[in-house]
Design a protein around this ligand. Structure first.
Ligand code: ADP
Ligand code: MG
Length: 273
């Protein structure tokens, strides 16, 4: 199973949109996908029309062992796509964990206990690098970083990379940054093109070739509780996320090969470390 966290402490860069629609496109390609909402704002859950009351089965009650995995995993309208939803209670988890010796690994332990053969575990994260997000980083094998191709795109990225490096050195040696995703790209502006070049200069071949264009349909879909593949299967947004899914799937073969025999492809190297 590939465990991917979609990470950027900046809000509004396309994390939730990417988890929802990449998840749907991977499922469309026959993979079994579990999305986990690790943001107390619960935007990913809302994207699939799930709005929880306090105490209802969620990632929060799962970590607290109040519910079993079977209680919290929900199916979505997309075949093969599942979700563990969140609610605002999750905001309190950091404080509750603070005194526990396993505070950094609580989520990892919880997710390790999920039975069933999922090919992909996709985690959405909150716009912060706090304890909750570090828990998700400890539970992941790969980091995808969405960046908006607008001014300030790279602001804060240094801090993000330092945090990934810290987690990798101290808690999770297998964590790798395997992909950077250019999101909400407006190809009509010179600035967006310049920023894209800057991102490619900074991250080199780790940047996915697929660029997620700005597309209003992507912003509308959550209001209908659907991923883009269902809301408007032929729009640019659906095309772009399908292309991204194909690139993500193309990495699988290389990742399966033993270390040392891997292609010198971008994802075999690591930003962190
Ligand atoms: P984050 O999770 O990083 O905060 P979101 O995925 O919620 O970011 O995106 C922020 C806003 O931008 C949302 O309203 C979303 O619908 C919209 N959005 C995301 N990607 C696109 C896109 N490619 N084109 C147009 N709107 C987008
Ligand atoms: Mg979000």
């Amino acid at each position: 199973m590939r465990r991917i966290i979609v990470l950027n402490q900046k809000g509004g860069v396309g994390k939730t949109t990417t988890v929802a629609n990449l998840g749907a496109c991977l499922a469309e390609q026959g993979r079994s996908v579990l999305m986990v909402d690790v943001d107390p704002q619960a935007n990913l859950s809302l994207h699939f029309g799930i709005e929880l009351e306090r105490g209802e089965p969620s990632i929060y009650t799962l970590v607290r062992a109040e519910h079993e995995p079977a209680d919290v995993i929900r199916v979505t309208p997309v075949h093969g796509l599942h979700i563990v939803p969140a609610c605002i209670d999750l905001a309190g988890l950091s404080v509750e964990l603070a005194g526990r010796p396993d505070r950094l690994l609580a989520l990892r332990k919880t997710l390790d206990g999920i039975p069933g053969a999922f090919d992909y575990l996709l985690m959405d994260s909150a716009p912060s690098l706090g304890l909750l997000t570090v828990n998700a980083m400890c539970a992941a094998g790969e980091v995808f970083i969405p960046l908006q191709t607008e001014f300030f795109a790279l602001q804060g990225v240094g801090k993000l990379l330092r945090t990934v490096r810290l987690v990798r050195r101290n808690m999770n040696r297998s964590l790798r940054i395997t992909g950077v995703i250019a999101c909400m790209h407006d190809a009509r502006t010179c600035l967006a093109q310049e920023i894209l070049n800057e991102i490619r200069g900074h991250f080199g071949p780790r940047v996915f070739e697929t660029i997620i264009r700005k597309n209003i349909r992507l912003a509308e879909a959550p209001g209908f509780g659907q991923p883009i593949t269902q809301y408007d299967p032929t729009c640019h947004g659906a095309e772009d996320y399908r292309a991204l899914a194909r690139e993500v799937l193309a990495m699988e073969a290389a990742l399966r090969r033993p270390l040392g025999q891997q292609d010198p492809v971008p994802f075999a190297r690591s930003m962190a470390g």
